[in-house]
Design a protein around this ligand. Structure first.
Ligand code: HEM
Length: 185
């Protein structure tokens, strides 16, 4: 990644569209968001009026309805990024952080992987800032890794990076990620 980023930054100030087209940087960020999604749990949606058939199941509009609207309960369904991102049939060895899976897969496989990539949700309630977030991450990581390389601190254990579900977002269970930054100079 360092070589890719250093090449792009050699000109001084790369345009955002240039930064957006760096495959290794993209693969590393995408894989990070796959394994460690910021919102890994259920993203709820209400079933629309009249209900819907989904995968041969009829989902009713209401779990319970009555003439008094306060007693009416609409059906809420949802899916979670964690489940999609850890589907072994799509992401073999799903718990392993492996950016190469995005770089080495053929076009059709990447399409299938992207269909199951749900770090930003989708549809009407999907993240409104997805593209802004991609650019922010690309700028920050490119700037950082152009100047530094990182090593994992020897006292830091893999288990410390286990996910800790925080309801609205996730952080490593140890609340820390210990890296040593070394300048390329
Ligand atoms: C890596 C960074 C980010 C990730 C992974 C992320 C992820 C998400 C996810 C999963 C949702 C729920 C989508 C759904 O229910 O389908 C969401 C919603 C939302 N995000 Fe982000 N987000 C990121 C950055 C941002 C930033 C930088 C902003 C604002 C500048 C932002 C603003 C919002 C808003 C306003 C919603 C609610 C949209 C709605 O309910 O209509 N997000 N985000």
């Amino acid at each position: 990644m360092h070589d890719e980023v250093a090449n792009a930054l050699r000109s001084g100030k790369p345009s955002l569209s240039e930064l957006d087209k760096l495959p290794i940087l993209e693969a590393i960020l995408r894989e990070g968001l796959r394994v460690f999604s910021a919102i890994p749990f259920l993203e709820p949606r209400q079933v629309p009026a009249g209900g819907r058939v989904l995968n041969n199941y009829f989902l009713p509009e209401f779990v319970f309805s009555s003439l008094i609207s306060v007693l009416t309960i609409k059906t809420t369904v949802g899916i979670q990024a964690y489940t999609l991102h850890h589907d072994e049939s799509i992401f073999p060895d799903a718990n392993t952080f492996n950016p190469d899976r995005w770089l080495e897969a053929d076009e059709e496989t990447v399409k299938i992987m992207n269909r199951s990539f749900w770090a930003f949700g989708s549809g009407q309630r999907g993240c409104i800032a997805e593209y802004l977030a991609w650019l922010e991450m690309k700028i920050a990581v490119a700037m950082l890794y152009d100047r530094f390389r990182t090593e994992i601190y020897s006292g830091f254990k893999d288990e410390e990076m286990e996910l800790d579900d925080q309801i609205s977002s996730i952080v490593p269970i140890s609340r820390r990620c210990m890296l040593i930054f070394k300048s390329w100079d």
